[in-house]
Design a protein around this ligand. Structure first.
Ligand code: NAP
Length: 269
């Protein structure tokens, strides 16, 4: 991978950490040493509250010789979003790669015992409103820059494989409309911004992060059986897909949704 100036939101755990670390690993591994791509590359590690987790992500990135900057901000808050964009531009100069991974945890975090309405509201405020407003601020900043990178910079959104067709139960009724909105926004934005800026979505299926590690036998079996590959997806599987669509070399890739679910098996439920 070519040198990058990247930010990963929600990089203090799970999929976001893996994306940030995999970007660093590829930059360090795939470029000729003489060009010192690692020295030219920088990554902003964003988080909201899990400082220890964010520091662990930074520690893993530093193994590849890439500079990092830590930013804490709540993407639901307009001032926090402004500050995040300001710090990203200060540190990265002009970002090449913006990964919108942050999303509310309503399955294992403080919100897990709340009502359906409260969970939906939190998801809407974070994943939909927060992400869309943040992305619009980033695009505005890029659009007013006189020095856009030679290859189009990219935005990558995180969706959900089952959002377009739907899933039964409260989880389907929450994550379905939330992630479908994110995916629809990405598709519309890609139309507006091409060919100057690329916008893609990676839509994970059942990925084993905190909820997957502690879930019951029914969901464990269902996650394995609904994938044609007969296993849970891993954060590494998602990170590999994000690295593909975000790689500056893949300059023909925009308006795409890359589904990462091992192939959905429609004969199982
Ligand atoms: N795991 C799956 O099976 C799966 C499937 C489809 C889609 N996804 C999506 O993939 C993304 C990552 O999921 P994950 O499983 O890795 O979750 P995770 O481990 O809970 O990570 C979520 C990240 O988002 C951050 N975050 C949460 N609320 C925020 C807010 N208001 N402002 C800023 N940052 C905030 C968290 O920060 P702090 O912890 O520091 O507060 C954390 O870094 C999410 O968008 C999720 O919806 C996951």
């Amino acid at each position: 991978m070519q040198p990058i100036r990247a930010i990963v939101t929600g990089a203090s755990s799970g999929i976001g950490r893996e994306i940030a670390v995999e970007l660093a690993r590829r930059v360090a591994a795939e470029s000729p040493a003489a060009e010192s791509p690692a020295e030219q590359s920088r990554i902003v590690v964003h988080y909201r509250s899990n400082l220890e987790g964010a520091r662990e992500t930074v520690r893993q990135i530093h193994r590849f010789g890439i500079q990092t900057h830590l930013v804490a901000s709540d993407i639901r808050d307009a001032d926090d979003r402004r500050e995040l964009v300001r710090q990203a531009w200060d540190f990265l100069e002009t970002p090449t790669t913006w990964i919108n991974n942050a999303g509310a945890d309503v399955l294992t975090g403080d919100a897990k015992d709340g009502s359906f309405e409260n969970k939906l509201r939190l998801l809407m405020e974070t994943d939909v409103l927060g992400t869309i407003e943040l992305t619009r601020a980033v695009v505005q900043r890029w659009s007013s820059a006189s020095d856009l990178p030679a290859q189009p910079p990219s935005v990558t959104m995180i969706g959900w494989d089952q959002a377009p067709d739907g899933m039964e139960g409260d989880a389907g009724q929450m994550f379905g409309p939330v992630k479908a909105a994110v995916m629809a926004f990405a598709n519309s934005l890609a139309q507006d911004l091409a060919p100057r800026i690329r916008v893609n979505t990676v839509a994970p299926g059942w990925i084993r992060t905190a909820w997957g590690e502690s879930t019951d036998a029914y969901w464990d079996r269902r996650a394995r059986e609904q994938s044609l590959m007969r296993r849970w997806g891993t954060p590494q599987d998602v990170a590999a897909a994000v690295c593909y669509v975000a790689d500056p070399a893949n300059s023909f890739c925009t308006g795409q949704t890359l589904v990462v679910n091992g192939g959905f098996d429609r004969t199982h439920r």
